[in-house]
Design a protein around this ligand. Structure first.
Ligand code: ADP
Ligand code: MG
Length: 264
């Protein structure tokens, strides 16, 4: 049974999509079966996985509006070793169409039920706002992984996010957990980074991943080739950091491997 992890932060540009694509590829490299679900109408995770969002016959829109099942829509990302449920701007239309439907917050969770046994990890890339798409992701998730930059306003944003998590627990998903906090675009030469890091450790203890993702130009370049950093430049600091994150995540889950090894 897959662990479903929503990668979320209401702030944009903190590395959600970069984390989704590279963590998916890194978990796949450790022989886990991984599905990446793109829940952002911008379709950045789709493009970053090398799938043209403008050429999709079926997408997340069709799943949310029950026109297709996930199995109909999912594509294999050859260069990543993982599967992708792709998306594009049509997701915004799905949001509008669902507005008056009963159970609209649970569409994604119910549709993923049919394929949860097929994967070890399902990662969901969220848009940078708290809309119906995000609520669907948080309803479907076992836990949230929160990428964040160690800057002055980060803690304020985090307080808002914790509020959201609590509201979701009280309403659509009482079992939602915090998977962990991931420090992205990390620069240890910046003293503010170290201050914020120390505060994070104080408030969140071992929920803060030991693995940090450095600012690394390879991570920014790789999406324009539709590749995870692991395939673009395997030795880059960014690729290595995401491999370390995958290792730490897998160890935290008791290193139980639920699937047969797959070739990568
Ligand atoms: P989000 O999905 O939260 O909006 P992205 O993952 O799209 O954030 O990242 C925002 C921008 O920063 C992108 O251009 C991305 O390539 C770049 N970026 C993300 N992480 C890093 C990193 N560790 N080092 C350098 N650039 C990064
Ligand atoms: Mg994004």
């Amino acid at each position: 049974m897959a662990r479903v992890i929503a990668v979320t932060n209401q702030k944009g540009g903190v590395g959600k999509t970069t984390t989704c694509v590279n963590l998916a590829a890194s978990l796949a490299a450790t022989k886990r079966r991984v599905l990446l679900v793109d829940m952002d109408p911008q379709g950045n995770a789709t493009m970053g996985s090398g799938v043209d969002k403008n050429a999709l016959e079926l997408s997340g829109y069709d799943v949310l509006t029950k026109r297709a099942t996930p199995a109909d829509v999912i594509v294999t990302v050859e260069n990543g070793g993982f599967d992708l449920l792709p998306a594009n701007g049509d997701l915004t239309a799905a949001e509008v169409e669902l507005m008056n439907e009963i159970g609209r917050e649970h569409r994604l969770r119910l549709s993923l039920n049919s394929i949860r046994d097929t994967y070890d990890y399902i990662l969901i890339d969220c848009p940078p706002s708290l809309n119906l798409l995000t609520v669907n992701a948080l309803s479907a998730a076992d836990s949230v992984l929160i990428p964040m930059q160690c800057e002055y306003y980060a803690l304020e944003g985090l307080a808002a996010l914790m509020n959201t998590v609590e509201q979701i627990q009280e309403t659509v998903n009482p079992n939602l957990e915090i998977e962990g906090l991931l420090r992205t675009m990390y620069d240890p030469r910046n003293s503010l980074t170290l201050d914020v890091s120390a505060q994070l450790a104080e408030f969140f203890g071992d929920k803060v991943y030991r693995a940090v993702i450095p600012r690394n130009v390879r991570l920014a370049e790789a999406p324009s080739y539709g590749l995870p950093a692991l395939k673009y430049d395997r030795a880059s600091k960014g690729a290595v950091a995401y491999l370390a994150l995958a290792g730490e995540m897998v160890r935290r889950h008791g290193s139980k491997k639920t699937s047969e090894p797959v070739a990568v």
